[in-house]
Design a protein around this ligand. Structure first.
Ligand code: GLU
Ligand code: MG
Length: 441
């Protein structure tokens, strides 16, 4: 645990609906006062658009007089900020109403806590892991391009799936990234060169689901910040280049009961009935949650046939064309890999949507459709994910299951935010949209 008093100042922030950190720099002496609610911020701050502007018609701004909420530290605790030149500390926060106890319904981290509470009520714990895909880019000209090779100075080219020379080329970056993850308590596992130009993936080890979400949130800030120290940018945009691989954030999860047993494990390769109920919920509610998995206009360029990103709501054993994959291997590790979300998501909302959908299936003891085999892109009979953001928002705000999973206030604020962003993007040159997304998603 970091001693906050050693810093003249440190940072506190919570996640807004887009996953951006919103907060303040506060005196070191606040370290001992955080639990007392010394940090206040307008509730509406967690519901601003990508550019940080208020939502014009938000019920949080004018109807309620733009009231303050109280930020309290989360159980994640203080972490260092190794992407800054000077030693600094950051305390992740969550937003509460004036009484200091009622969670603010528009806070995405509370949305996940609410879903996890449904598991805790059964004495269950969700274990989750994320695969973080991102692209290193050179953003110094009008169009985005691959970064320069740090040793040769020439722009890298060509696909680099599992390339060792590319890992060597960016060794300074990845060594710094691993050191920083260690310092921040983020359990980074494997790093590899992915199939896109300049695209890499770092997997984070499975752990308690809230901690996994916190770590995915922190990892994105870290990966972007360290890239800047090395003279390039890192982006989690779902589709940095129209005709190259997109960035996904695959989520693996299982559920353990009070005795520590994995409820998805039946001792064999198929997994338990509980696994099938969870799958059924995820398949059934996947189209309605499209906007959570693909929250930006750019996200929809990724969800196209043949890109290893799903288009239809299907599940399968060991099949990467399906949205839900049940990986083979040791039955005790039986789990669901949810492959829909882009890298450009808010991890709290994605985990809430996935785990909430799984719980809907479990509660209803729902039966899933048959698992598919072969190429999911060729299946015309599957329910499809929304094809664009306006469609996705319509599905989200009219869905009964989503209304049970999320606070209605959050869904309302989310949809208003996205619609304001779309209106603003419509005024901008489409060739320059990437400048907004690059380090904000
Ligand atoms: N990059 C792909 C995506 O957009 C995933 C590739 C993979 O299977 O790891 O989700
Ligand atoms: Mg991958």
């Amino acid at each position: 645990m970091i001693e906050l008093a050693q810093f003249q100042t440190f940072r506190v922030a919570a996640s807004d609906l887009n996953g951006q950190m919103r907060g303040k720099r506060v005196p070191g002496s606040y370290g001992t006062k955080l639990e007392g609610g010394v940090v206040r911020m307008p509730l509406s701050v967690l519901n601003v658009d990508l550019w940080g502007a208020d939502i014009a018609d938000s019920p949080l701004v004018f109807e309620s007089g733009d009231a303050d909420g109280i930020l309290l530290p989360t159980e994640r605790g203080a972490v260092p900020m190794p992407w800054l030149e000077r030693p600094s500390a950051f305390v992740p926060m969550a937003m509460y109403l004036e009484d200091g106890q009622t969670p603010f319904g528009g806070d995405p981290r509370h949305a996940l806590a609410r879903v996890l509470g449904r598991y805790a009520a059964r004495d269950w714990r969700v274990i989750a892991a994320t695969e973080m895909e991102f692209t290193l880019v050179d953003d110094q000209s009008d169009t985005l391009r691959a970064p320069r090779h740090p040793r040769t100075g020439r722009w890298i080219s060509g696909p680099g799936i599992l390339s060792m020379p590319l890992l060597d080329a960016f060794d300074d970056y990845f060594s710094a990234l691993y050191e920083a993850c260690e310092a921040m308590g983020i359990p980074a596992q494997t790093a590899m060169s992915e199939s896109g130009v300049g695209q890499f993936e770092v997997t984070l080890m499975h752990q308690d689901a809230m901690r996994a979400a916190d770590d995915a949130w922190l990892f994105k800030v870290l990966a972007r910040g360290l890239a800047r120290q090395q003279g390039f940018a890192a982006t989690f945009m779902a589709k940095p280049y129209e005709d190259d691989a997109g960035n996904g954030m695959h989520l693996h999860f299982s559920v353990v009961d009070a005795a520590g047993a994995n409820i998805f494990d039946n001792g064999g390769p198929d997994g338990s009935d509980m696994l099938r109920h969870a799958v059924a919920g995820c398949v059934a509610h996947m189209p309605a949650a499209s906007a959570i998995f693909a929250p930006h206009m750019n996200s929809y360029s990724r969800l196209v046939p043949g890109a290893h990103a799903p288009t239809g709501a299907a599940w399968a054993y060991e099949n990467r064309t399906a949205a839900l994959r049940i990986p083979a291997g040791d039955p005790e590790a039986r789990r669901i890999e949810h492959r829909v979300a882009g890298g450009d998501i808010n991890p709290y909302l994605v985990l809430a949507a996935v785990l909430g959908s799984a719980m809907q299936g479990i509660e209803a003891q729902a039966a899933p459709p048959d698992p598919i085999s072969g190429n999911a892109y060729e299946r015309r009979d599957l329910a499809q994910l929304a094809a664009d953001l306006p469609t996705a928002l319509g599905l989200l705000e009219n869905d009964m299951a989503m209304a049970e999973i999320f606070d209605p206030l959050l869904i309302d604020c989310f949809c208003r935010t996205k619609r304001q962003e779309m209106r603003h993007f419509a005024k901008l040159d489409p060739n320059r949209h990437w400048t907004t997304y690059l380090e904000r998603v």
